[in-house]
Design a protein around this ligand. Structure first.
Ligand code: CMX
Length: 135
């Protein structure tokens, strides 16, 4: 079950410079950054109501965000939806023959377990399923 929009991921060339835009121009607050080595990104979090914006800066030239920027430039990279149970969601999408990038959940930023749906299967949008880690 999809519960809500968890975050919107935006690919940026420079996290510091972009953070200034969100803080100084839009008056939002960047509350923290985190390196997700699995995904080759550095992420900055910007809470916005019940959801948040995540700014994504590549940490390695062969990572997904670096490749995205090289091909398309900066911009919206993915949207993430919070799900109740990520394994169930993956199973159901598999049954519906939806192309998944991740067969099993991986470790994402913000203590999330994540899995991506391929944009070719979701009408051009890279879709992230996310479930908070159970502690
Ligand atoms: N949104 C929409 N479409 C996208 C896309 C994106 N973010 N990234 C790639 N595509 C499109 C490409 O434009 C291409 O379309 P065409 O064939 O029509 O040109 C197609 O998808 C395949 O793209 P590609 O360049 O051949 O493939 P890539 O090697 O760039 O891989 C993808 C694309 C989505 C499979 C890869 O980026 C991936 O595995 N992503 C999941 C992981 C990820 O994005 N991590 C970063 C965020 C991590 C986090 O939030 O913590």
């Amino acid at each position: 079950m999809i519960k809500k929009l968890d975050h919107i991921g935006i690919a940026v060339k420079n996290l510091q410079e972009t953070s200034r835009f969100y803080e100084e121009v839009l008056g939002l607050k960047v509350v923290g950054t985190e390196v997700v080595s699995d995904q080759k990104v550095r992420v900055a979090f910007i809470p916005l109501g019940d959801t948040r914006i995540e700014l994504l800066e590549a940490t390695q030239p062969d990572g997904p965000v670096a490749k995205f920027i090289e091909k398309r430039g900066e911009g919206i990279h993915h949207i993430a939806v919070a799900v109740e149970n990520i394994e169930t969601e993956i199973e159901q999408l598999n049954e519906k023959r939806i192309r998944l990038i991740d067969a099993c959940p991986r470790k994402g930023a913000h203590k999330l377990r994540i899995a991506f749906v391929h944009p070719k299967s979701s009408h051009g949008v890279l879709l992230e399923l996310s479930e908070p880690q159970k502690i």
